[in-house]
Design a protein around this ligand. Structure first.
Ligand code: SF4
Ligand code: SF4
Length: 125
């Protein structure tokens, strides 16, 4: 697991800030090892979302722990493509603005990259 992934274990803000929707066929109704259907709700003819995320203050039903402290996903190996695709970094290798937005909602500072060369510079100057 990368250091960035470790940050997520003490965060979880993105699992408690957005509606997490995906094609219904990702649920166990069509995919035996998919997202447990009973943990989802139907939001359209083609899409379901994680229960708990389709509300004003979203909080995925599968998220355990305390946001900003220690969290884990109870269906990690069965999570949807939406969850799998969400990452700290975006396609350009920069910090994902949606990650920053989710963290800000919980008064958590944005994740930042610290270059090793910057650390060395600060030691010797
Ligand atoms: S908001 Fe960012 S740091 Fe927090 S769990 Fe999601 S991806 Fe990880
Ligand atoms: S299913 Fe897991 S990874 Fe996806 S939003 Fe819920 S807690 Fe987060």
């Amino acid at each position: 697991m990368s250091q960035l992934a470790n940050i997520c274990l003490s965060c979880g803000a993105c699992c408690a800030n957005f509606r997490v929707s995906f094609h219904w066929a990702e649920t166990t109704l069509a995919t035996p090892d998919g997202v447990p259907q009973e943990l989802t709700e139907t939001i359209s003819s083609h899409h379901n979302c994680m229960k708990g995320t389709n509300q004003k203050k979203p909080h995925c039903i599968a998220l355990q722990g305390e946001v900003g402290q220690q969290v884990y996903c109870t269906i990690y190996n069965q999570r949807s493509s939406t969850c799998r695709d969400f990452d700290i970094v975006d396609e350009q290798g920069q910090i994902n603005p949606q990650c920053t937005k989710a963290r800000a909602a919980y008064q958590l500072l944005p994740v930042v990259f610290i270059q090793e060369s910057s650390i060395e510079t600060s030691i010797y100057t």
